[in-house]
Design a protein around this ligand. Structure first.
Ligand code: HSE
Length: 429
């Protein structure tokens, strides 16, 4: 074994960073044996230097992250501060000064992944980011390496634990959205400002990263269609149950049937209880991958939290350190396929539409005509009347999102349609 240690700098020492430092210290001998050289924590950049950090030599702590990444003797920079800036500049500077980078920064990778990969390549260094998607769950490496010889057609995932906790609570207790969110906040699953989670921004960043790797195509955050889950109601869950389904916030990345384009989207959807993703409970994450040769694969585990996310960071750290010793670099960006990323209107799926209508002769025929005029084929219709009004639930066969939107727009114009209570896509069949 080489005795000269590999030098690692840590940018950020919060929930994840402190666990990375702890594992680096407590597992130092194992890590050295697996890498073939000891690993030394050479510096830790933080915002608040006065905060006590157990197990970290105060002499290593600095508030000057820029000076740290410019030292020139670093082998690896681990970035766990999140956000776009200063993370982007620090990572680029780290490459320019000879370090490889391990990052957990989904927002930055979803927005600027291509530029960061280019910077890594120009400097002959590695960029690894297993922790950016679904915490501890190995996903990036299986997609980048294990499935590199296969053709991935679909990635369907629950990639946000907070929203899965809330939806699971609504499903199992009949609670409304706000009540379930309040419980998630009280238990520490939801942040004080839950917007990034409940509006689907966090999941959309992860979908962009997964789609890019799965389809060897650049997919940016802006390419991902996004709908949050704040409008999901207890009534939606009741309807889902009647169909033998539950509701999940899904990230869905798909290759179109003709193979020439892909789509990426995040929205709440009904999935059959028989689908493996339906049984993903609480704050767990799971990603279902469908590929040509391997068939169906499911990756499951904790998608957040200090130690689970640190596990993914450490796995990358070992891989990057091994590369440093051998003088190799791992896989860089693979975007050669350059497939077209289609808009949401091109997505083809099934829909569950709940309408409040007048209960009188001809209404059903009128509604059915609107569906027919837009080329949307109805699979089932369920009607429940009460006091001259009725609730009409229509489940369609597969149709494009554009056709469905046209249908709904026309339905809203009918005098007999009092309102469109909910529209939900049905996936996983
Ligand atoms: N806030 C995310 C979640 C974890 O609830 O899953 C970090 O991406």
């Amino acid at each position: 074994m080489r005795t000269r240690p590999l030098k690692v700098a840590l940018l950020g020492c919060g929930v994840v960073g402190s666990e990375v430092a702890r594992i680096m210290t407590t597992h130092a001998d194992d890590l050295a044996a697996r890498i073939g050289a000891p690993v030394e924590l050479a510096g830790v950049a933080v915002r608040r230097p006065s905060k006590a950090r157990e197990g970290i030599d105060p002499a290593l702590v600095t508030t000057d992250a820029t000076a740290l990444v410019k030292r020139g003797d670093l082998d690896v920079v681990v970035e766990v501060i999140g956000g776009i800036e200063p993370a982007r500049t620090l990572i680029t500077t780290a490459f320019e000064h000879g370090a490889s980078v391990v990052s957990a920064n989904k927002a930055l990778l979803a927005q600027d992944g291509a530029a960061l990969h280019a910077a890594a390549e120009q400097n002959g260094r590695d960029l690894y980011y297993e922790a950016a998607v679904a915490g501890a769950i190995p996903l990036i490496r299986p997609l980048r390496e294990s499935l590199a010889g296969d053709k991935v057609n679909r990635v369907l995932g629950i990639v946000n634990g907070t929203t899965n906790f809330i939806l699971d609570k609504m499903d199992s207790t009949g609670a409304g959205y706000q009540e379930a969110l309040d419980e998630a906040t009280a238990l520490g699953y939801a942040e004080a400002d839950p917007t990034a989670d409940v509006e689907g921004f966090d999941a959309a960043a992860k979908a962009a990263i997964l789609a890019g790797i799965a389809f060897h195509t650049r997919v940016r955050l802006d390419d991902v269609y996004r709908e949050g889950m704040t409008e999901v109601t207890a009534a939606d869950f009741a309807s889902a149950k009647e169909m033998g389904c539950t509701i999940k916030l899904l990230a869905i990345c798909e290759r179109a049937a003709d193979g020439a384009s892909v789509t990426a989207r995040v929205h709440p959807a009904m999935i059959p209880l028989s689908h493996p993703l339906a049984s993903v409970r609480g704050a767990y994450n799971a990603v279902f991958v469908e590929s040509e040769a391997a068939g169906q694969l499911m990756f499951y585990g904790p998608g957040a939290g200090g130690a689970p996310t640190a596990s993914a960071v450490l796995g990358d750290l070992v891989a990057v350190c091994r590369n440093r010793l051998s003088g190799a670099t791992g896989p860089g960006e693979s975007a050669y396929a350059a497939l077209r990323v289609s808009p949401m209107g091109d997505v083809v799926t099934r829909y569950h539409i709940s309408l409040d209508v007048a209960d009188k002769p001809g209404v059903l025929a009128q509604v059915a005509t609107v569906f027919a005029e837009h080329g949307v084929s109805i699979d089932t219709v369920r009607q429940q009347g009460k006091d001259g009004e009725a609730s009409l639930v229509v489940v369609t066969h597969r149709a494009s999102d554009a056709a469905l939107n046209g249908t709904v727009e026309a339905l809203r114009k009918l005098d007999t349609v009092r309102g469109v209570a909910s529209i939900m896509r049905v996936e996983g069949e």
